[in-house]
Design a protein. Structure first.
Length: 126
């Protein structure tokens, strides 16, 4: 992560299935999305942006960061705990006192949140 902090991400059943399928394509290397010309490096945010543009999305339609905003908006609208959402997004607590004392990871709640999110996205398919 850009802030050089460890960030644990619980994986939904759907993500685990996709990662297992990707492993067949990308091998057992260090990265899930290695750079095609340099296996020692992974795809960057710019790579995601380039991929979005190459399939026809304009910068006015979606950006890589826009997916984070969409996630935050939807799960907040569905009543999930703000602390859980912010920890999942790896946002630092702005209240310095609370930040100094609250080191909760909310792993169980985040696992439930991300499973809900994966189910939600899966149900959007048409």
């Amino acid at each position: 992560m850009k802030m050089k902090r460890v960030h644990i991400v619980p994986l939904s059943k759907q993500v685990q299935e996709v990662l297992n399928e990707l492993r067949l394509l990308t091998g057992k290397g260090r990265y899930i999305f290695p750079l095609p010309r340099n296996n020692g490096r992974c795809l960057s945010e710019n790579g995601v942006r380039v991929a979005l543009r190459s399939i026809g999305f304009s910068k006015e339609q979606i950006t890589p960061h826009g997916f984070r905003a969409m996630f935050s908006t939807i799960v907040n609208d569905h009543g999930f705990n703000r602390d859980v959402i912010e920890r999942q997004l790896a946002h630092a607590e702005l209240n310095q006192v609370r930040n100094a004392y609250n080191h909760a990871e909310y792993l169980s709640e985040r696992a439930n949140l991300l499973q809900w999110w994966a189910d939600y996205l899966e149900n959007l398919q048409f």
